[in-house]
Design a protein around this ligand. Structure first.
Ligand code: DP6
Length: 364
């Protein structure tokens, strides 16, 4: 029988009296979207397909010890960066409960979770992508270790991505290295609304080692969460055209990424970033996540590109920080550019250098 979505499997329960004790640990990265996921329908189905670079240095590292739950119901202790964290405890419990029909063994266990991120909280890097994908990896790993299913690597990763998506949409893309699509596109056979799909085979070498330097503008808490932002798209008068545009942009971007066309890459990814923020500004209630220094930096990047002819560009997440994207060969030049022209707009620690990464790793 093929083992695929919706993955509901009542057989995944431990026999009474034979509930295991053990430990596993995974590292899972964040990712930066080039075509943005913004707008969704139940349950975690994107309104349009998105594509991202998986990052290398920005990741969550999570160790999970498990043992029989005493009361016969799910128990979670969550330590974030060494300290017990009730917020993450509640978030994780909610997530595990929401996937209890996929992993019926979760309510037989007590989980002691110790997690840390390599990126500072102030970076505004979406920690849900790394944080939720790492939890999905752990759950599938438990299934793999104790039930003998998911022995095939492709099956394993597909289920991880499916489950990660239920935790946070963008997390579905962090499960694979390189360039990953999430959301069905007729241009990409194999793409799905239910899980991420890597497209590395078709990507030009220049994009395989692309750099992403995250320029830290502001470390304030987001005024509007991504969850609220997605739901405001339901009443945004421009939403329909935005979703259609994302389909067109994805097709054109992939074409550019196959041929190594950095000019088209820049035009589409920068437009995507500004469109994402335009959607925030045209929602009701409207809101702004960019700061004055976000705009200063964007203008500096555009001026630098014009002056030098170098393919340096920007994208934005749902926040004020700027992701500067460029080919790895420009590393030294870009460092100079930051020191000479951008540093005065940055908030300590200034910037984080990252690049296209290889994807998650089991570390225990
Ligand atoms: C702007 O994946 O954080 O980063 O599914 O509600 O958890 P939830 O949202 P989330 O949204 C990410 C939005 C984005 C664009 C993107 O990553 O595609």
């Amino acid at each position: 029988m093929p083992y695929g979505p919706p993955y509901k499997n009542p057989a995944l329960r431990f026999p009474q009296g034979n509930i295991p004790t053990g430990k596993t640990a995974w590292r899972s990265p964040s990712n930066i979207a080039l075509i943005k996921y913004w707008g969704k329908k139940p349950v975690q189905i994107p309104r349009n397909p998105s594509i991202s670079f998986t990052l290398q240095n920005a990741y969550s590292e999570t160790e999970v010890s498990y043992l029989p739950a005493r009361g016969g119901r799910l128990e979670i202790e969550f330590y974030f960066e060494g300290e017990r964290n009730p917020k993450f405890e509640e978030k994780t419990a909610k997530f595990f409960e929401s996937v209890a029909d996929i992993f019926p063994f979760v309510d037989q266990l007590k989980f002691v979770i110790r997690s840390r991120n390599t990126f500072p909280h102030s970076a505004g890097i979406a920690s849900s992508a790394s944080g939720m994908s790492v939890l999905a990896l752990v759950l599938c790993d438990l299934e793999w270790m104790h039930f003998g299913t998911l022995q095939n690597r492709d099956d394993f990763l597909r289920k991880v991505s499916y489950v990660a998506r239920l935790g946070s949409g963008s997390a579905s893309r962090s499960v694979y290295g390189g360039v990953v699509v999430w959301g069905e596109s007729k241009e990409i056979p194999g793409s799905s609304d239910l899980y991420g799909f890597p497209v590395n085979g078709e990507i030009h070498d220049i994009f395989k080692t692309y750099k992403d330097t995250i320029l830290l503008v502001d470390d304030g808490e987001k005024k509007v969460s991504s969850r609220a932002g997605h739901s405001l798209m339901e009443s945004n008068p421009f939403a329909g055209e935005r979703f259609r545009q994302a389909h067109r942009n994805l097709a054109a971007l992939l074409k550019a990424m196959r041929s190594g066309d950095t000019e088209t890459f820049i035009r589409i990814t920068e437009s995507e970033a500004l469109t994402l923020h335009a959607m925030m500004m045209t929602s009701l209630p409207y809101y702004l996540l960019m700061k004055p220094n976000t705009l200063q930096i964007i203008e500096k990047i555009i001026a630098y590109r014009k002056k030098t002819g170098l393919p340096v560009s920007f994208t934005l997440d749902a926040g004020p920080n700027v992701h500067m994207l460029y080919p790895s060969a420009l590393k030294e030049k870009v460092r100079q550019f930051i020191q000479n022209e951008l540093i005065s707009f940055l908030n300590p620690p200034g910037f984080i250098e990252d690049e296209v990464g290889k994807g998650p790793e089991k570390i225990l």
